[in-house]
Design a protein around this ligand. Structure first.
Ligand SMILES: Cc1cc2nc3c(=O)[nH]c(=O)nc-3n(C[C@H](O)[C@H](O)[C@H](O)COP(=O)(O)OP(=O)(O)OC[C@H]3O[C@@H](n4cnc5c(N)ncnc54)[C@H](O)[C@@H]3O)c2cc1C
Length: 299
C-alpha cells in the first residue's frame, strides 16, 4: 500500500485525509501545533472559551456545528465549546500526530523523506499533501522549484485579534459590531448559539492596522487594540482577561484560482483555502479535490 503523508490538520488536511480514508487509503497527518483545526482556533481561558481564529464557517462546511442564524453567511456555523471542536469532529478515525513541525521535504529514490523539527526521520512517503499557508508550503516544497513558485503566487493578509473577557457584565449589546480605524469587527461569544457564562469578545483589527503593526509585542498589541475598542464601543471597565493573537497568515487575499497544485507524477500536492478563496468552504473544496487527485493518480 502507498504511504501518504498530509502536512497540516486544518480543514483542508483533515478533509483530504477523510477523502482518502473513504477511498480505502491510509494516511498520516502531521500537525505542528498541539491541537487540531489550524485557523479554526479556540483559546481556553478561566472565563470560558474564546474563538480567536474564524468566528464561524459557512453552513456548507460538513462539520456538525451549531447554526448561528443571525450571523453573516460566511460564519453561520459555530462549534461548541469553541470552533476547534469542529476540527476534532472531522478528525475521527484518522492518524494525526501533533507537535510535529515538518521540515522542507527531501526527494529520494524511494519517495519524499520527511523530518521533524529535531531532525528525526518521519519516514519516506510515496505521496505528500501539503496544506500549510502558501509562504510555508513554498518553503516545504522548495525541492521542486516550479511547484514552490506556483504556490508562492497565492497571497494572504495578516490579522491581529484581541481576546477579552469580563467577570461582570459590561452592558454592551451582545451583537456583532462593525468598527472603524484600527478595528474591523467585534464578535461577542455570548451571541453564538449554545454559549453561556462570562462575557467574552473577540475583536478583529483592520487589515491595514494589522499589516502596519505586525511585529508588535503581543502585550502592546493587546493594549493598543483594547484602547481603540474602549473608545469606539464605550466599554465601562477594564477586562479581566486581555490577550492578542497574531495571525501572520489569516485571510486569503489572492487565491491561486484552482483547487491545488501538483507535480506531474502527483507525488507532491499542495492546497488549502489559499488555492480557491478566503472561506473555510474553500479549504474543504481544495481538500476534497486533492484526495480525488491522489485516488485517480494511484489508480
Ligand atoms: C481571524 C480569522 C477570521 C476568519 N473568518 C472566517 C469566516 O468568517 N468564515 C470563513 O469561512 N473563514 C474564515 N477564516 C478562514 C478559515 O479559518 C480558513 O479558510 C480555514 O480554516 C483554512 O483551513 P486550511 O486547512 O486551509 O488552513 P489552516 O487552518 O491554516 O491549516 C493549516 C495547518 O497546517 C499546519 N502547519 C503549517 N506548517 C506546518 C508544518 N511545517 N508541519 C506541520 N504542520 C504545519 C498549521 O499549524 C495548521 O494547523 C478566518 C480566519 C481567521 C484567521
Amino acid at each position: 500500500m502507498e504511504r501518504i503523508a498530509i502536512i497540516g490538520a486544518g480543514l483542508a488536511g483533515l478533509t483530504a485525509a477523510q477523502g482518502l480514508r473513504a477511498a480505502g487509503r491510509a494516511t498520516v497527518v502531521f500537525e505542528k501545533s498541539r491541537g487540531l483545526g489550524g485557523r479554526l482556533a479556540t483559546r481556553r481561558t478561566e472565563f470560558g472559551p474564546i474563538d480567536h481564529g474564524a468566528p464561524g464557517v459557512p453552513e456548507s462546511v460538513p462539520v456538525a456545528g451549531e447554526v448561528w442564524s443571525r450571523a453573516e453567511p460566511g460564519m453561520r456555523q459555530t462549534g461548541l465549546p469553541g470552533m476547534s471542536a469542529l476540527a476534532r469532529h472531522v478528525s475521527g478515525g484518522l492518524e494525526v500526530q501533533t507537535q510535529i513541525e515538518v521540515q522542507p521535504l527531501v526527494r529520494t529514490e524511494s519517495g519524499w523523506a520527511l523530518r521533524d523539527q529535531t531532525g528525526t526521520s518521519l519516514g519516506v512517503f510515496d505521496r505528500v499533501i501539503v496544506t500549510a499557508p502558501p509562504v510555508q508550503a513554498a518553503a516545504l516544497t522548495a525541492a521542486d522549484d516550479a511547484l514552490a513558485k506556483e504556490i508562492a503566487a497565492a497571497e494572504m493578509s495578516p490579522l491581529w485579534t484581541l481576546l477579552l473577557a469580563f467577570a461582570d457584565p459590561t452592558g454592551l449589546e451582545q451583537e456583532v459590531k462593525p468598527l472603524q480605524g484600527a478595528l474591523a469587527t467585534a464578535i461577542p461569544m455570548l451571541a453564538k448559539p449554545g454559549q453561556t457564562g462570562f462575557e467574552r469578545w473577540t475583536v478583529h483589527a483592520s487589515e491595514a492596522w494589522s499589516a502596519a503593526n505586525l511585529e508588535l509585542e503581543k502585550e502592546d498589541a493587546a493594549q493598543a487594540l483594547f484602547d481603540a475598542f474602549r473608545e469606539q464601543a464605550d466599554v465601562p471597565a477594564g477586562p479581566d482577561y486581555l490577550a492578542a493573537h497574531r495571525w501572520r497568515y489569516a485571510r486569503v487575499r489572492t487565491p491561486l484560482g484552482k483547487p491545488f497544485v501538483a507535480t506531474a507524477d502527483a507525488s507532491l500536492i499542495a492546497g488549502g483555502d489559499w488555492a480557491l478563496g478566503a472561506l473555510a468552504s474553500h479549504a474543504v473544496e481544495s481538500g476534497r479535490a486533492m484526495a480525488a487527485h491522489v485516488v485517480e493518480a494511484a489508480g
